[in-house]
Design a protein around this ligand. Structure first.
Ligand code: SF4
Length: 391
């Protein structure tokens, strides 16, 4: 290797996916989670998503079945759908429209009922919706059903309602595992309700997703981490992480306007979610979403009054993870050239660059590189990067 050149530095994560390949390599550094003591690779980046992601046909039922409004929530602008009765014919044509977008071979397909508290609907309404979905299942156009609901709606009685249907996945709005945060958010259930719900669903072999929020009133970095630990202990199949944003016509909006609540900044939210993402990654739990789904409705008419909303929030978190990994690799190298090459899997190029090339600009400023070339490399997994000499 020529002198004054940056040596090749290959970083590998510790997921099951890469661990076998990495066994002979020592990670550059490792740190321990401050609360759990779980060892986490310093440079872990998400590997390629294993398994097949379902094609989702989303049906939004804004506030359908909600016992009350949680302080942060106003589903009408978030889902872009009016609050109203279940209109089966409208839902049927919506399903048809979505299925028309689907590529022929794309499988599996799930109908998903979102935006409310599915099992809080009247039993008749739940059955009408499940019956409608089942028509499509019988036609072979839908493989299974999915819905989101509050943890306190899961009971032997409600499981009885849906267990004869083709329900495969249930997402629970956990939000926090801190009872104080739950009370401030006006949730009306405890952390224990979430644990009980997961145990009950597990007995029925359902796929379980848990949704958590960061930045709620009373929440802190430490309580978010404790929530993540408690969620990890429940071993969900996947999680979603949402930063709290202040939505118009919510109780939180009033708290924000009268100065009682201050949301996280975008930078704080990205950093906090990054930590949680790495924590779940280290526990082999898939994070399938970070940040609200971008939509025109969300960005129009001041729907969002304040808070860390960004249409590419998840991308910003991945970019922050890649930035940290590059930083560690560069810092660990003994010799530096003025131009370096960072190789990543082709699917990770934009994550390595960061939004508007932010990662590149920050690395250049920090190390006074003249140029940083980001090159695609098929031989690397989505969770790897390699830093090398100029090419
Ligand atoms: S967070 Fe869930 S339960 Fe609470 S108001 Fe919103 S949709 Fe309803």
């Amino acid at each position: 290797m020529p002198k004054n050149r940056l040596p090749d530095t290959r970083l590998r994560g510790q997921s099951r996916y890469v661990a076998a390949k990495a066994r002979h390599l020592k990670p550059e550094t490792t740190d321990r989670h401050p609360a759990s003591g779980i060892r986490r690779p310093a440079a872990s980046i998400r590997p390629s998503t294993p398994g097949k992601r379902p094609f989702i046909v989303p049906i939004f039922l804004p506030h359908g079945g909600c016992p009350h409004r949680c302080i942060f929530c106003n589903q009408v602008p978030i889902t872009g759908r009016p609050h109203g009765e279940i209109d089966l014919e409208r839902i049927r044509s919506q399903i048809e429209r979505f299925l028309a977008y689907k590529k022929k071979k794309r499988k599996p397909v799930q109908i998903s009922f979102y935006g409310g508290n599915f099992l809080g609907l009247k039993t008749g309404g739940i059955k009408q919706l499940l019956d409608l979905a089942t028509e499509f299942v019988k036609q072979g156009r839908i493989d299974s059903i999915r819905f989101s609901t509050r943890p306190d709606t899961i009971s032997p009685k409600t499981v009885e309602i849906f267990k004869s249907y083709c329900v495969k996945t249930i997402e629970l709005g956990v939000q926090s595992m801190d009872d104080r945060v739950l009370a401030l958010a006006g949730r009306g259930h405890s952390a224990a309700a979430t644990a009980q719900a997961v145990h009950l669903l597990r007995a029925h072999e359902l796929e379980i997703g848990l949704q958590m929020m960061v930045g709620l009133p009373g929440d802190s970095e430490a309580s978010s981490l404790i929530t993540a630990q408690k969620i990890a202990a429940l071993q969900p199949d996947f999680v979603r992480i949402y930063p709290t944003i202040v939505v118009k016509n919510s109780r939180l909006a009033r708290w924000y306007q009268n100065g009682t609540y201050t949301p996280l900044s975008l930078e704080q939210a990205v950093n906090r979610v990054k930590t949680l993402y790495l924590f779940f990654y280290g526990h082999h739990i898939k994070v399938i979403r970070m940040g609200l789904q971008a939509s025109a409705d969300l960005e129009l008419n001041q729907t969002i009054l304040a808070g860390p909303y960004h249409p590419a929030f998840g991308h910003m978190v991945y970019s922050a993870v890649f930035f940290d990994a590059a930083l560690k690799a560069i810092s660990a190298s003994k010799t530096l050239a003025d131009t370096i090459t960072i190789r990543v899997n082709p699917s990770s190029i934009s994550k390595m660059r960061g939004l508007n090339n932010l990662n590149i600009k920050m690395l250049k400023n920090r190390y006074h590189f003249k140029a940083i070339n980001i090159l695609p490399d098929d031989s690397l997994a989505a969770g790897e990067l390699r830093i090398g000499k100029r090419e």
